[in-house]
Design a protein around this ligand. Structure first.
Ligand code: FAD
Ligand code: NAP
Length: 336
């Protein structure tokens, strides 16, 4: 284990913000992880767990220890005729887990293809895309509290998953380290294809395969979303807001074209990208910060954007959505 000091995080966050951490370490196994957390906690240092850095905006240098978790492994714990239970180390790339599932025809996460980051971070915001969410296949996770190193397993119910949310993003934010995640995947086909961008798959009818779903989603995402390896970004900057039926009626009076989606819990979700676009932000650039020209909800760094310029730009977006629609957007990206 080698601690580095005054370490640049620019290549470790997909927004490509040029900040440094006081201390930095890469961790490949769980026993080292506990040891290092114990040591630096006892020194009174702050600790930040970093996976792929794809849902983070660093607003300043990190005054503490950044732990880059790269523990790897996907194991089958048990299986029967209908399903399989897999256990994945937290530092495993999320998309490697999807690839593993697709190769073996284990169903349930194919719609989550190509989401950047690690599986350890996937429960934090209950990652979701194209009508699928982590919680649909989540079985449990293991980890420990940073304060006292006490280990705990969280079941589905205990994880309090919500829309791009969980107990790990709220009450336990920066207080609990996830070391592994168990998923229960199905051996039976049950595709979710109701998003418009997946309509072409429906035409395949009986010929749909899990591989075709993954390949199609990868193709759509590559054509629509900025590749963080090429253009700095952290995906959706804001969450899609959820409103009541009464609010919807009032908004539709003023905006007859307003798109909306009803969720099973009777809340109504509005696409934040559309609201931002209606305020004239889509494709707009100020210095090196911009709203992406294919999806206004994604904020991009053309190269030398500072976190302050991103904060100013996104605050302007937020203000204009409040003034046009009376809706306050909530940030999805984690600030440090
Ligand atoms: P990081 O950014 O490293 O960390 C995020 C947060 O989780 C931080 O608070 C960090 O401290 C914490 N954390 C990380 N690992 C652990 C751990 N082991 N234990 C405890 N805390 C931890 N998200 C979606 O939901 N759906 C999408 O479709 C989607 N598409 C995206 C597309 C692009 C181009 C980009 C750039 C991002 C996208 N995202 C999407 C957001 C992002 O990929 C996910 O939120 C992902 O789960 C973040 O993983 P990460 O490893 O990069 O987390
Ligand atoms: P899209 O298909 O253009 O849709 C725009 C928004 O409308 C999405 O946010 C989506 O909500 C919602 N939506 C569309 N069809 C829907 C349906 N049939 N039922 C319910 N909601 C519907 O979105 P996109 O930008 O191309 O992204 C595709 C998927 O990848 C989306 O699920 C999106 O969440 C996900 N994604 C997430 C991030 C991130 O960082 N969080 C980044 C890129 C893409 P949902 O967001 O709830 O799905």
């Amino acid at each position: 284990m080698k601690i580095k000091e005054n370490y640049s995080l620019q290549e470790l966050n997909t927004f490509k913000i040029d900040v440094k951490s006081k201390y930095f370490i890469e961790i490949e196994n769980e026993s080292d992880l506990k040891e290092i957390v114990k040591e630096y906690k006892s020194k009174g240092e702050k600790i930040l767990l970093l996976g792929g850095g794809s849902n983070i905006l660093f607003t300043k240098d990190f005054d503490g220890l950044v732990v880059h978790l790269i523990t790897k492994g996907i194991d089958i714990v048990s299986q029967d005729d209908d399903s399989v239970l897999i256990d994945c180390k937290a530092g495993e790339e999320w998309d490697e887990v999807v690839q593993f599932a697709v190769n073996n025809e284990y169903y349930g996460i194919e719609n989550l293809s190509l989401i950047p980051g690690t599986i350890g971070a996937a429960p934090i915001q209950n990652i979701g895309a194209y009508g699928a969410e982590l919680k649909d296949v989540f079985y449990s996770l293991d980890g420990f509290y940073t304060a006292d190193l006490v280990e705990k397993s969280f079941s589905l119910g205990e994880s309090e998953f919500g829309y791009r949310d969980s107990i790990f993003k709220s009450e336990l934010k920066d207080k609990f380290i996830i070391t592994s995640v168990k998923l229960r995947l199905s051996k039976e086909k049950n595709f979710k294809l109701n998003y418009r961008d997946l309509a072409d798959l429906n035409k395949l009818r009986k010929n749909i395969t899990i591989k075709k779903v993954r390949d199609h989603i990868i193709k759509v995402r590559e054509s629509k979303l900025p590749n963080p390896k090429v253009i700095g970004n952290a995906g959706s900057f804001y969450k899609n807001p959820e409103i009541s039926a009464k609010q919807l009626t009032n908004l539709i009076d003023q905006n007859p074209d307003l798109p909306y989606f009803k969720s099973p819990d009777r809340k109504i979700k509005l696409p934040a990208g559309w609201l931002i676009e209606q305020c004239g932000w889509k494709g707009k650039r100020e210095g090196d910060v911009a709203s992406y020209h294919r999806q206004a909800l994604i904020i991009i760094n053309y190269g030398n954007a500072t976190s302050q310029s991103i904060l100013n730009f996104t605050q302007e977006i937020k203000d204009s959505v409040i003034s046009k629609f009376g809706i306050e957007l909530e940030t999805e990206v984690n600030f440090y």
